[in-house]
Design a protein around this ligand. Structure first.
Ligand SMILES: *Cc1c(COP(=O)(O)O)cnc(C)c1O
Length: 357
């Protein structure tokens, strides 16, 4: 098989060795002559997987003692609703910084059990920047933001300045760089952007948050339910948790956050330098707000589109098509994408310029 340079925005590329081990586990898990997906989630073998997955998150992100780590279901999209349920306090009012389609969807959910207040938005410019100067009123229970805007290619470089409890959707940049978990009350992230296959969602929640909501919460949406049962209140998505655990083992073995952050910076510098240098392309996001995970750019001359698209196919570059709401191209450079793949893309853009500029 020819090597594919996989720029998929999600589900994402994972390390080759993770695919191999995950495949083995489906055929014969831990030499039990049983598949991982046909054995009890209460078996010692699986309980160990869940425990190791949660421990690895704590270790890799330096999660303080007063936080719980949970692997749940429903995707980040259910997280929009769950976070609002669990964070509502006396004001029954959540604040939202709307920097993209996902943030907008999150803001919508809070209105189901309280109020949703838009603190700032970059929709006026099709979400191509991160709002900087805005007032945050004090009648809010929490402030929600999306650390990385997967579709539009922008990323928060600093935390919003507020004393409110911070809630963050980190679906597309968790484990890509150092974070200070203590600054947040609640972090959530769908696995399939930077950690594993679709099917599980990671929650990192301050213990104080559990049981402190001012609104009644249905059992399955209450983080306290899941924390009381160590993420095993009901049948967990065993394959998604196992494969995420393998990716976290890989990350730890390869130098953890410090190492991966350096590589991610290197990959981002390579692609953005080329976008800025190359006369045929331009970036679509505000320069200071550019994402290190999803780099969005476009051809200056749309007439060259079919030529560039076929050049991508010839170079085995897959998944570069931009989201329909932005157009152009998007290079998603998650943790498992090798620097080599970015070099191949940059080289291709150079050759393209030599030929068509
Ligand atoms: C993909 C994505 C989501 C949606 O995730 P699902 O798991 O499909 O619900 C939410 N937020 C961000 C930032 C995303 O990138």
């Amino acid at each position: 098989m020819n090597k594919v340079h996989n720029y998929s925005a999600g589900p994402c590329i994972l390390p080759e060795e993770v695919f191999q081990e995950a495949a083995n586990s489906v055929l014969n898990f831990n030499n039990k002559n049983l598949s991982l997906i046909e054995m009890s989630h209460r078996s010692v073998d699986f309980v160990e997987v869940m425990d190791e997955a949660r421990e690895l998150v704590k270790e890799i992100l330096n999660v303080p003692e007063n936080y719980e780590v949970l692997f749940l279901q429903g995707g980040a999209s259910l997280g929009f609703l769950m976070t609002a349920y669990n964070m509502m306090r006396k004001n029954k009012n959540g604040g939202y910084i709307v920097t993209g389609a996902w943030a907008k969807k999150a803001a919508k959910e809070a209105a189901f059990m309280g109020k949703s207040s838009i603190i700032a938005s970059s929709e006026d410019k099709n979400f191509n920047y991160i709002p900087k100067n805005y007032e945050i009123s004090n009648n809010l229970d929490y402030l929600h933001f999306t650390s990385n805007n997967t579709i539009f290619g922008t990323q928060f470089k600093e935390l919003p300045k507020t004393d409110l409890p911070l809630v963050c959707d980190m679906s597309s940049d968790i484990f890509s760089k150092k974070i200070d978990v203590a600054k947040y009350d609640l972090i959530y992230a769908g696995a399939q952007k930077n950690m594993g296959p679709a099917g599980t969602t990671l929650y990192i929640v301050k213990k104080d948050v559990l049981g402190a909501s001012s609104v009644p919460i249905p059992t399955m949406l209450d983080l306290k339910t899941h924390s009381a049962k160590d993420s095993m209140f009901n049948t967990p998505p065993v394959f998604a948790v196992y494969t995420s655990m393998l990716t976290l083992r890989w990350l730890k073995k390869n130098g953890g956050i410090k190492h991966i952050e350096a590589l991610n910076n290197e990959k981002a510098a390579l692609i953005y330098n080329e976008i800025d240098r190359n006369s045929l392309f331009q970036g679509t996001a505000n320069i200071v707000d550019r994402s290190n995970m999803n780099s969005t750019f476009a051809l200056n001359n749309e007439n060259l589109k079919s030529e560039f698209d076929s050049a991508l196919v010839s170079a085995n570059i897959s998944g570069l098509k931009g989201h329909r709401s932005v157009g152009g191209y998007r290079a998603s450079m998650y943790n498992a994408l090798p620097v080599e793949s970015v070099k191949v893309l940059v080289e291709l853009m150079k050759e393209f310029e030599n030929k068509f500029a």
